[in-house]
Design a protein around this ligand. Structure first.
Ligand SMILES: [Fe+2]
Ligand SMILES: [Fe+2]
Length: 253
């Protein structure tokens, strides 16, 4: 199964959104013909109605099945009421042929940090128990600090409890966004992956705008980063589930 993981589109009528980058990014994304496109939040910048309308229009350009969870920016200014109107339920368990995807809203209104809470922890456990397929958990905020992203803040408030459930159950893959840089790290038997920003002008150093392409095979998860400006795809992390070997190449010179 091929999953395109995109994040932090940041539709905005001011300076946050880069329309040229978005057009280029969508062209590259559509060429991938992914089975599923997971968008890990921050589709807007202020959660405004105009931004939701813009995001809904922009998302229409993406070919394929999109699955979306909200980010902290989408919850601002009562945006949390608009999200379900435009993009459907925020917490879900979706079954596909090879994987089960548990999508969760980690954001809270007008707060930058996130929290999952007991209800969503139960949903993670429910998704894991549902069948023996590969379970993927996806939400906006990060579970552990992400390097190269400035102040290492905004980790979800209950990250310890969440990480414990995920590690205990050996969930193979967690997808997150928020920090505007791509990152991947293996802890125990879990691969934690962040997508960078798809089309926001707030990029970090030379990371630019990126999205991730994830190939899931029976015994392997492979994550590549697409650099939108350079139109180049680079291997980030490869996790062999049978021997537990994990190699991260993105940050090595
Ligand atoms: Fe963001
Ligand atoms: Fe965010």
């Amino acid at each position: 199964m091929k999953i395109a993981h995109i994040s932090d589109i940041h539709c905005n009528l001011g300076t946050d959104f880069n329309p040229k980058v978005f057009e280029k990014a969508v062209t590259l994304l559509n060429k991938e013909e992914a089975d599923l496109i997971f968008i890990s939040g921050d589709l807007t910048t202020f959660g405004l109605l105009s931004e939701y309308e813009m995001a809904a229009e922009k998302i229409k350009q993406i070919k394929g099945k999109t699955v979306i969870v909200p980010g902290n920016h989408d919850e601002r200014n009562l945006g949390w009421k608009l999200f379900p109107e435009f993009f459907g339920i925020t917490d879900f368990i979706h079954d596909y042929t090879d994987v089960t995807l548990v999508g969760l809203a980690s954001s809270e209104p007008d707060k930058d940090n996130g929290r999952l809470g007991r209800g969503r922890h139960k949903k993670i456990e429910e998704g894991i128990k549902k069948n023996k397929k590969t379970t993927i958990i996806g939400f906006h905020h990060h579970l552990i600090p992400v390097p190269n992203s400035g102040r290492e803040t905004n980790i979800i408030d209950d990250s310890g409890e969440t990480l414990d459930i995920i590690l205990k159950n050996e969930v193979p893959l967690v997808l997150m966004g928020h920090r505007h840089v791509p990152w991947g790290v293996k802890i125990h038997k879990t691969l934690l992956v962040n997508a960078g920003t798809f089309s926001c002008n707030r990029t970090r150093a030379h990371f630019g705008n990126t999205f991730n392409i994830i190939n899931i095979k029976e015994n392997e998860i492979d994550v590549k980063v697409v650099d939108i400006e350079k139109e180049k795809k680079k291997e980030m992390i490869n996790f062999n589930l049978s021997d537990g070997c994990c190699v991260n190449k993105y940050y090595n010179k």
